[in-house]
Design a protein around this ligand. Sequence first.
Ligand code: M6R
Length: 608
Amino acid sequence: MCGIIAAATDRSVGKLLIKGLFKMEYRGYDSAGIAMHSENNVVHLRTLGKVKNLEEKMIADKPKGKVGIAHTRWATHGEPSEINAHPHQSNDRVFIVHNGIIENYLSLKEELTDEGYAFNSKTDSELIAHLLDNFLKAEDSLLSAMQKLKNKLDGAYAVAALDQREPESFVVARNRSPLVIGLGKKENFAASDPLALGNLTSKFLILEDGDVAKISPDLVEIYDAKDKLANREKLTIDINAEASSKGNFKHYMEKEIYEQPQAVLNTLDGRIGGEDVLENIFGEGSSEMFAKVKRIQIIACGTSLHAGRVAANWFSAISGLPTQLDYASEYRYKNPYVDQDTLLVTISQSGETADTLAALRYADDKGYLASLSICNVPTSSLARESDFLLLTNAGPEIGVASTKAFTTQLTALMLLTLSLAKAAGKNPLLRARMINALRLLPEKISEALKLKNDIMDFAPEIANKDNALFLGRGIFYPIAKEGALKLKEISYIHAEAYPAGELKHGPLALIDQEMPVVAIAPEYELAEKLVSNLEEVKARGGALYVFGNAKEKLDLSTGRYISMPECDFLLTPILYSIPLQILSYEVALLRGTDIDQPRNLAKSVTVE
Ligand code: M6R
């Protein structure tokens, strides 16, 4: 789960590669490195820590070069250190950067050790450099060595490599890890994410699994899994520089929180009309397919699975469909039983989460009616490999903690709920009500964003605690889970979520004055029961922070009540996510953590 970038140009390449790495730091930020063809050798620099450290080293050393590769790392094998940082090299001839995991690395390492290769790092990636060097003893080019290499490797990889004897070009290979080629004028590039190349080009080729390509300033030659010359679809992707910058905000996360009214508007744009959802918004033939759906299987990870948990309630209440949910990392290992006419729904911001992708691929021949993905990245593997797709159109989400991706996933999932109900001819009045409520949603989110000052008022009380509990019932339990995930992820406060009724079955033992309890308590059928659960907390001295819209129902002599804007009950999960995001952000700010790049995490988890 790293970012790789490579460029062949006739201008100085160093700055360009560093700029690209900065844009991909969301993928990993524990160490970074660069290798560039220079006069008669290859310059090789690596640093521990963020890309900024590498940039400083570059400024000090002033290396020159026009063809180079670079890497920002999220450690899998071997701790973050300079020696484990990429690029790795072999015999000062071959230099490589790698994103992914080589599953058969132990046996390959043994083979290479027998051949006399010594390993400097603890990574699985270094062997790629040695293997290429070994193949180059018999092969006449880095390209053919890379073609040999791909038959040796098991696992996921996007690799870019330099051969010191081929100073005009670099070679890339892709298998189950993202890699795109960017086309410029007398310069060409490759990167894990088009975002890294946004200021350089808008013309992209998306590589497929098994592809190997040789790239020089004037030429891109792509060979497919069978080593045949291949054409890949050319895509134009305009990456708006503003969309990938922080603007006047302190953090990407903060910017992304405040972008939500517009992001939700973008998700809805062109998808609803009159009093219903439009036909075939999930792709040609989707409406016809929806009419056959009898059950839903949702697969996702983290925040995306929380969105799925909310949607399961909607599918049942509005579309009359039962739903099964699984963590993508668990799904393949439980021998899933597939009922006929089940629609497989995967949800992912990045569309490159390895667990989710592996689950989709595993499910391919299991007899699902179709696969459908809710995704934010149009070029991602998930988006391209699913039968049907709805893009959330939230714009790049760069902060590791998901915010606008979550609320737009929920919005997209409501569109799916309505499409399924429409195809089955169910609930026309309710559908019309939801369409009107969706139209009002961006405005409601803007209102919720104004709660910032109220939240800042009590954030210090939570910032100095070690634990927190989040409570919600029914459709709000997933929102409580999401609130707890957000808090632990960026503030490092231990946080758990419970359906409030479960409190008395154990967690109540944890309640004392040191335990802040955040409750999501809008007025609805379970509200009275929730009030009793909150009384139980109060009676034990727990500090309550209640988000709701019926203060008079709760005798809150202690604790805080945050009055939420009114909105259609079925959309309240979306609205109530907003203040919980602000709360986590403000608490993390007070604790001085690295909000956009919290410790040990990375935005896009491309390893299983
Ligand atoms: O890109 P995805 O939506 O597939 O990512 C799934 C999770 O890794 C992600 O939602 C993670 O839980 C977030 N960092 C949470 O804020």
